[in-house]
Design a protein around this ligand. Structure first.
Ligand SMILES: Cc1ncc(COP(=O)(O)O)c(C=O)c1O
Length: 527
């Protein structure tokens, strides 16, 4: 037989129509032949395609039909007999057993756990997780032009990094193969503490720095350590969905507090919920509207946290990228009452797949965080930490961040220019910082609709409305960090065409916001 795949219909006697189960063997498969034959018959019996007392073909004829030796067939039959599926003796005919355990013969229903992956389960799961389900990721979370969380990965110094990886992978010390320290690798924590003191005016010692697997883990850990279910948390409105998920998973009650050009509106927060247990903020570059929190608000926030005895979680996620003016120092650096839990990530400066971030903890919280972390994943993997420690110590990190800052500035300028040329009626929001920008949409325009259509063209523009807990404002989030200047120009052109194809256009003075449906045309893909 030419094919490597042999399939025969097993003849059983009597042979009612429709019950001739197929036995297939694939010689190319890694699965041994006897196992393939065993599984074919076992399934046919359990699924009742072969009935009790039905006779199986002789091993000799089966071997001839499948063009294989008898040995795997004899082995498969032997195993089926040992497990009670078959009876009779080889040579005098082999039959499906008269009585099979009831459990085996229950009607085979497709179990929910065996259906397609990705659909929400209808079975009982924790309410906190159920509450996350409607927020499942949209198509804009896939990598591609305008993805909001993508740094300039095309400029990552891969050769230097792989040299350092090889250094540690070639001859690891025995202790490096053991469990790591819960707080993280000592040399890395020292390097991170030095960097944060210099670059972000964070007040810390290496003993307060905990390495974690991404700031997402930092937020989850902080939520578990600081909050019991139902406790109120001030949450920026609009705010970072990653933090929202972590807090909700811990059962926190989120209190949306509005943000404006000066960042979180502390007075509004006090009016809404005077005694929060924690406050989540992105003071350096408010996610997603892009404001820098003013000095007055910072002091007001710290003062209120002290008075209300609440914790502040400061997410300093992309503060390395500031283009207009000098960066504000961290909020943590101003804190005189040790209320700030400072979180920073290497996802923006290096690459997100690294999954390394750091938390700077008030000294008296270190023990609690260690206890919670031990219940989670014990510690972050040691090898990426060893590599990162060398990367920082040898000066590559500082050089890389400077290069990234220039690239991001160039890309931001290109994006603002392209938006001005193609979509000048969109309003660019926020300060000159970060790796993405937000644009506001005029009333009546649905951001999700634009983002879904843009995703069909491969663009990963994200809807601003997704960042709101309550009354959403419509807008678009456009990442430029991981999108080069040419892609930006092409992408914005395509975005304009997408917007026009839906029927949206520059609002006319008379107030009409849409162009007639007949004028719609499909956009040209940027690719
Ligand atoms: C506000 C904010 N914080 C943190 C992060 C980084 O998360 P992680 O360190 O888990 O990759 C992001 C990424 O997009 C972000 O937007």
């Amino acid at each position: 037989m030419a094919s490597d795949m042999a399939t025969i219909l097993v003849s059983v006697s009597p042979i009612p129509p429709g019950i001739m189960p197929a036995v297939s063997v694939d010689r190319e498969s890694a699965k041994p032949l006897h196992r393939q034959i065993y599984e074919s018959y076992r399934n046919a019996i359990v699924e009742r395609r072969l009935g009790a007392r039905q006779r199986l073909p002789s091993t000799r004829s089966l071997a001839a039909e499948l063009q294989i030796s008898r040995i795997p067939i004899l082995n498969a039959f032997e195993q089926l007999r040992a497990e009670g599926y078959l009876e009779g003796r080889i040579g005098s005919g082999t039959y499906v057993a008269r009585s099979l355990p009831d459990e085996l013969l229950k009607p085979v229903r497709r179990n929910a756990s065996r259906g397609p992956v990705g659909k929400p389960s209808r079975r009982v799961i924790a309410r906190r997780v159920e509450a996350l389900l409607p927020e499942a990721a949209g198509p804009w979370f896939k990598p591609g032009p305008f993805h909001i969380g993508q740094p300039p990965l095309d400029h990552f110094p891969v050769r230097i990094w792989s040299r350092l990886v090889a250094r540690h992978a070639r001859s690891p010390e025995v202790h490096e193969l053991h469990y790591g320290q819960t707080m993280g690798l000592a040399s890395l924590r020292k390097a991170v503490a030095e960097y944060l003191k210099t670059a972000r005016a964070v007040v810390c010692e290496p003993e307060q720095v905990m390495m974690v697997s991404g700031s997402q883990q930092a937020l989850e850990l902080a939520s578990h350590v600081l909050l019991d279910p139902g406790w109120p948390v001030w949450f920026e409105e609009p705010g970072y969905f990653g933090a929202r998920h972590a807090l909700k998973l811990a059962g926190a009650r989120l209190v949306p507090v509005p943000v404006d050009d000066e960042g979180l509106n502390v007075s509004a927060g006090i009016a809404l919920c005077p005694r929060p247990r924690a406050i989540f903020v992105t003071p350096s570059h408010q996610f997603p509207l892009g404001a820098t929190m003013s000095a007055t608000r910072r002091l007001q926030l710290l003062d209120w946290a002290r008075q209300s005895e609440s914790w502040i979680i400061e997410d300093d996620y992309d503060s390395e990228y500031r283009f207009g003016n000098l960066p504000f120092s961290s909020l943590q650096g101003l804190d005189r009452d040790s209320r700030v839990i400072y979180v920073g990530t290497l996802s923006k400066t290096l690459f997100p797949a690294l999954r390394l971030a750091y938390i700077v903890l008030p000294a008296d919280l270190v023990d609690a965080f260690i206890r919670a972390r031990r219940a989670m994943d014990l510690c972050s993997p040691t090898f990426p930490q060893l590599v990162l420690s060398d990367f920082i110590r040898e000066g590559h990190f500082g050089r890389h961040v400077r290069k990234m800052r220039l690239l991001c500035r160039e890309r931001r300028t290109a994006l603002v220019r392209a938006l001005r040329e193609e979509l000048d009626w969109l309003n660019v929001l926020g300060d000159q910082a970060g790796m993405y920008l937000a644009v506001g949409l005029p009333g009546g325009i649905q951001d999700r609709e634009i983002c879904e259509r843009a995703a069909e063209e491969g663009l990963r523009v994200a809807p601003l409305s997704e960042c709101y807990l309550e009354t959403p404002r419509q807008g678009l989030l456009l990442g430029y960090g991981g999108t080069n200047v040419e892609e930006i120009a092409k992408g914005v052109r395509c975005l304009r065409e997408v917007i026009e194809s839906i029927g949206y256009a520059r609002p006319s003075r008379g107030g009409s916001r849409t162009i007639p449906r007949s004028a719609k045309k499909r956009p040209r893909s940027p690719h």
